[in-house]
Every structure is written in structure tokens, then in C-alpha cells.
Design a protein around this ligand. Sequence first.
Ligand code: OSB
Ligand code: MG
Length: 368
Amino acid sequence: MRIQSLTLREIHLKLVTPFETSFDRTTERRIILAEVQVDGVSGWGECTAGETPFYSPEDTDTCWHILRKYLWPMLRGRELGSAADVWSLLEQVRDHNMAKATVETAIWDAEAKLKKIPLWKLIGGERTEIPCGVSIGIKDSLDELVATVRKELAAGYQRIKIKIKPGKELPQVQRLRQDFPKIKLMVDANSSYRIEDLPLLKQLDAYYLMMIEQPLGWDDLFGHIAIQKNLQTPICLDECIHTYEQAEAAISLGACKIINIKLGRVGGLLQAKRIHDLCQRNHIPVWCGGMLESGVGRAQNIAMSTLPNFSLPGDVTASQRYWHEDVIQPEVTVTPNGTIKVPDAPGIGFTPRLDRISSITIRQDHLL
Ligand code: OSB
Ligand code: MG
């Protein structure tokens, strides 16, 4: 496989509904799409960095910079046996995992297309249908939250995740448990609590949540060990897990019982698969996190979610929950049972719409 060129495009996409977390409020995404040419075939990847460095240290602009200045020169003109070789070529760059995943996932798509097989089969996926949950941002009122949950349950989604922050957690969880006693419910704090909040978090044990996602600092394994020891509710780590080694430490030290895997955060499909396999060996279930992706990233997430240990519903949902019009064809849809049927077409299995992408491209760089 010869890596011939990389086209970076920054597109702007307005969300159907603004998304609010403990750290940010997003109304419009600035997304970098990568298109690689490998042996004459196009492969597509998406950069999952946010517009601000408030979730992780990367943002859209750092990824654009790192991709152009460092990652592309390490790949340009290279002859590879497989996309699995990409990671080691980029390893000299420390972290910048979202920038790395942008191009790494694109090369996986190209490899699958060259082999004329779906990406999910190339990486060893097994599921033909994946279970889906939704991530609901912080709302202005409890009534608005309840109405949103009701709508998502009616659409079939299998579990509900709500965003929490200090002071907002108990009223929300109490109200949802009162109105929806039986649903699969979880909360995501995005690092907004401190170890001193343990008594508050302990109160959540009464509501039989599936898990509490990332209560403490984005890099605070030590604190999560203490919290997990004192809680019945499983801790799920998101922000903390950027490498295989961190996953190993988190599991062996008891910092969590569940891991959320995001392709961007861990640096692409090879690392995602390694962490997946590690978790499987240790009986730690995983699920696929979302980063408000356009259709390209969504398609990559669907492929990853077919791996066998993705046994819990992920945050991968229908295009229309985010976009008036997505950038892929067909759009991602969800069945009435809250699942996504995995496509059988080669590569990511959804076709990027070049006309639509061009019309919302703000800047473009064709790297040779
Ligand atoms: O913590 O999972 C998160 C979105 C942006 C940044 C971080 C997170 C999220 C989500 C959204 O929860 C999930 C989705 O794409 O629907
Ligand atoms: Mg999260």
C-alpha cells in the first residue's frame, strides 16, 4: 500500500440542538475530514477534536497543525503492508492522538476498500447490528430533560446517558428515576467533581445507575481508585484513558469497572483494538463513546463497535439527531429496537458526499 496524498478539509456543521456539558456548550462543529489516496483508492477519516481544549488538550487547530507539519511528512510516499503499520510511524510524536487517529482511520478505510471488504470485517468485528444509547446534554429545566428522554426512548434507544455537574446531579437523577424507574440510565460528569465530592457521589448509589462516567480529573487515575473503592455504582473512565498503558493501570488498580473507548482519544483503530482486547481479557466491558461526529466519524465508530467486547450500548446514534443534512450517503439510521445495522459495503460502508462536503468546506489543504 503506497500512501500518495492527504487532503484535509475543515467543514463547519451546525448542530440541530446545542450540546451542553459540564465544560462547554457547542452549537456548531468545526470538523477536519481527512481523505487519503492509497494505491489510487480514497480512504476517509474524521478528526474528533473539539473546538476548545476543554475535553482533551487537542482542538481543531492543533490537529490541523500537527497533521500538516509532523504526521503527514512521516507518512508521505510510504509503502505499508497494512494500516496497522501507521501507528509506529507516528509514535515519535507524543500524544496528539486525535490528530493521529484522523489519518490512521482514513488509511484503514482505504485498506478495506482495496481489499473490497467492509472495514468492520478487516478489524475482526463480529456484530452485524450494534446496540445504541443516547448522550443528552445539560438542559435548562427538569421538564425539558424528561421530555427529551421520553422522545429518545420512543425512538427506541436502549439506554439514556445524561450529562451532570455539581449541584445538577441529584435533582436530575431523582426526577428521571421517578418518571422512568426501569430504564438503563447512566451519568457522565466530564471531570467536574473532586475527591471531596465522594459523599455526594455516594448518594447516587441509591438510583441503580449503570455507571458514573469520568467523575474526577481528566488525568486523575489515583482519585478514581479511591472513588471506585467507595461506590457500588461502577465507574466508567473516558477522559483518563488515552493509552493502552493507562487502561492497564486503571484496570489493575481498580480505578474503573467499565471503559469508554473513543477512536480519537486513543489514537485510532489499532490502539482501540488493543485496548478492547485488553479489556476483554480482564472482563471489563467497553462501549463506543461519541464526539458529536459527522457521518464519517460515525461510520468509523460503527465499524469499531462490531468488536465482540463492545457489549454495552454506545453513544453512536442517528445522523438526524445531530445534523439537518449529514455528509455521508446513506445517513446513519437507527432501528425501532435501538440498533444500527452494520453496512456491508467495502470500507466504512457509507459514501462521503463530495458536493455537500465542498459546500461547507472552510479551508482545504492537498498534501503531496
Ligand atoms: O464525554 O462522551 C463525552 C461529546 C463531546 C465531548 C465529550 C463527550 C461527548 C458526548 C456526546 O457525550 C456523545 C455523542 O456524540 O452523542
Ligand atoms: Mg464522556
